[in-house]
Structure formats: structure tokens, C-alpha cells
Design a protein around this ligand. Structure first.
Ligand code: MLT
Ligand code: MLT
Length: 350
């Protein structure tokens, strides 16, 4: 029962491989058949052994495929599986994390694999001065896939150059957090049924928040309208705007009031205190947005509020009991999305 769509595709692929020569000779001109071969090969095999460094490395079709596999993982997450038995995930976290690390480890365990790693670089050999390249060359001997969180932008890309096993970027400084973007998209699709046509506001720290960078890139592959709501000092990075501006419409604003009634998704983020070069700058923007239940009075009835967590004071506790809150459901969705990614990268079949 597990992993229906993938095992089905794999079976089809296996059969196609056996029959390919015959078909190639006899039905070479049958476009639909060739398209079928292409779809199976492209999607069944495209992910195996692949690094996940930036969401920009993924096409719209690939993202949709991952979201479909994540949906197929919902019952698997509850029942457990031996799909990745014998496989080992290393989680190397050079920055604090609760959700992402536990979510990857939980995903691996639910698929029958195991997880090793460190959450405190301070107590690992890193403290003795081991560089990232050497750490990768060591850890690849212990694990089949590595999830890496690092304070430096570009760290995941660098690690992938040295490690033989696939690297998953679990957060690279203020740059990107691609697996969070995938789970955010998965949540939107699960809750609202589709992504195309949505009006989505990203609110808070759009400069230092890595989740909103990855999410904006990913959403720009869909037909959406984005509202970037932030203090002047924390506007969305120019490089993100340049990239997505060619594909979708967006507006930048400092106030949420005007956009709120139009929104289908309100994605709120924490001001990333630890990434400010200067405490005085942080003091200027601290507490810029505080969303409480009364602020949501003008929202559409089915608008959802998301947050990558941890939250500070940007969403008050009285929002939790409204029909809009979905940030705790996002956590579960992170588990199934990461199960999908691990299964795809490690080539699980049934
Ligand atoms: C999707 O993945 O949801 C489809 O591309 C359709 C949509 O976005 O509404
Ligand atoms: C992240 O790791 O980027 C988050 O979970 C969001 C945050 O830290 O505010």
C-alpha cells in the first residue's frame, strides 16, 4: 500500500525499460508512448542522488511531483515503513534548530532508516577547527545523505562539492531554506486545494529571513500575486525581486492593512535578531508587526496564517484558536515533505 504513485511509476519504468527496445523499433513514431517513457524516466530517476541546495534548482513540475509524493506519505507517516531500512541520515547543524532537525530525523525514522549527527557544532570537532570540507569527507563515510544547517550563505553548495553523498540544505545563513519552502507550498495546497490564483503576503523580516527567499522563488513558478510587507530596513532582497519580477506580479509595502482583505495566505516571519550586524538597527524594527485576532477581522473567512516558527511576538496567542491558524499543522506537513524528499533522494521504491 505504501508509496503508491512512486512504486507504480517505478513498476511502469521497469516494464518500459524491458520493453523499450521492442517499442523503439516498432512504434518509434508513437509520440504519446515516448512522452510516457520520458515522464517516467525524468521523474522516477531525476531525484536519486540529487543535492537539494537551492529551490531555484527545481522546476515547477518537479515541485509538483514532490508535493504529490508528500501527500502519498501522509498514511505512511502514521503507519511507519521499512522503505529506507539500512539507510543513514546525518544531520549536521551548526546553528540552533528544533523543528528542522527533529523533522528530518523523524522523517527518516518513519521510513525505517536511522539518523546520526550533531546539533551543537560547539561540541563537535568543528570547535577544534575542522573545516567544512574535511567534515564532509569524513561524514560521507557514515551516512547515505547529509542534512546541513550552517550560518554561512553558500555553505551547502560548498559542502556538496566535497561530499560524495547527497547534501540537503537545511538552512544556509540568511540565504535559503528550500525544504521549508516545499513544506510551505505543501501546506497551501493541502489547505486551499491549489496554489495558482492565490494572493499571498510575506510579512516581517524579508531581508534576513531565509524562508521567505526560498518561498518567493518557489511561488514565482506559480500563477500567484505576492505582497511583500516589511519595514523599510527589512525589504525583500533585490536579487530575489529581480529573479521573480520576470515571472509574477508583486507589491512591496510597509503596511498590511490594504492587502489583508485580498489575501488567501498570510505568511508571517520572525525578525531575525541574530543576523543584524548592529543591535541599534534591530531596536528600530523590533516588534514591527504584531498580528492578533482582532487584526484578522477584515480577512477572508478561509485565509490561512502560516509561520515557519519559532514565533516571538509577531503572532499573538489569541490567533491560535481562530480558524485561520495553520502554523502548527505546518510542522506535521514538514515531516511528510521531508519523508518524500528522503525517499526520492535515496531512491526508495516501495
Ligand atoms: C499545483 O501544484 O497546485 C498546480 O500547479 C495547480 C495550482 O497551483 O493550483
Ligand atoms: C529558520 O530556520 O529559518 C526558521 O525556522 C525561521 C526562523 O528562524 O525564524
Amino acid at each position: 500500500m505504501l508509496f503508491h504513485s512512486v512504486s507504480l511509476k517505478k513498476n511502469i519504468c521497469a516494464r518500459i525499460k524491458d520493453a523499450t527496445h521492442l517499442f523503439f523499433y516498432t512504434f518509434l513514431k508513437r509520440k504519446s508512448y515516448l512522452r510516457c517513457v520520458k515522464v517516467c524516466l525524468v521523474f522516477g530517476l531525476r531525484f536519486k542522488g540529487r543535492d537539494i541546495i537551492s529551490i531555484k534548482d527545481f522546476t515547477h513540475e518537479e515541485i509538483d511531483y514532490i508535493l504529490n509524493i508528500a501527500a502519498a506519505m501522509e498514511p505512511v507517516a502514521k503507519s511507519g515503513s521499512t522503505m529506507l531500512q539500512g539507510k543513514i541520515l546525518a544531520t549536521l547543524f551548526y546553528e540552533p534548530s528544533t523543528r528542522t532537525r527533529l523533522s528530518f530525523e523523524s522523517a527518516m525514522h518513519r521510513l525505517g532508516g536511522t539518523a546520526i549527527g550533531f546539533a551543537e557544532a560547539e561540541i563537535a570537532s568543528v570547535r577544534k577547527g575542522e573545516n567544512l570540507a574535511d567534515t564532509m569527507r569524513v561524514v560521507e563515510n557514515y551516512a547515505d545523505v547529509i542534512a546541513l544547517r550552517h550560518p554561512l550563505e553558500g555553505a551547502a553548495r560548498l559542502a556538496a562539492e566535497f561530499a560524495e553523498v547527497p547534501i540537503i540544505n537545511a538552512g544556509s545563513g540568511a540565504e535559503e531554506h528550500p525544504t521549508q519552502a516545499l513544506l510551505d507550498l505543501y501546506t497551501m495546497k493541502k489547505e486551499l486545494g491549489h496554489i495558482d490564483g492565490l494572493n499571498i503576503a510575506l510579512v516581517g523580516d524579508l531581508r534576513f529571513g531565509r524562508t521567505v527567499h526560498s518561498l518567493a522563488y518557489a511561488l514565482s513558478l506559480y500563477d500567484v500575486k505576492l505582497y511583500f510587507v516589511s519595514p523599510e530596513l527589512l525589504r525583500m532582497r533585490r536579487e530575489v525581486l529581480d529573479t521573480i519580477g520576470e515571472r509574477i506580479k508583486f507589491e512591496e509595502t510597509t503596511s498590511l492593512d490594504e492587502a489583508l482583505p485580498k489575501l488567501d495566505v498570510l505568511y508571517v516571519t520572525r525578525i531575525q535578531k541574530e543576523r543584524f550586524p548592529d543591535a541599534a538597527e534591530y531596536a528600530k524594527v523590533k516588534g514591527s508587526y504584531k498580528i492578533d485576532a482582532s487584526a484578522l477581522r477584515n480577512a477572508k473567512k478561509d485565509m490561512i496564517v502560516l509561520h515557519p516558527l519559532p514565533r516571538m511576538d509577531e503572532i499573538s496567542a489569541d490567533v491560535d484558536s481562530t480558524s485561520h491558524a495553520r502554523y502548527f499543522q505546518q510542522v506535521w506537513n514538514g515531516t511528510v515533505t521531508r519523508m518524500a524528499l528522503l525517499a526520492l533522494i535515496l531512491g526508495a521504491t516501495d
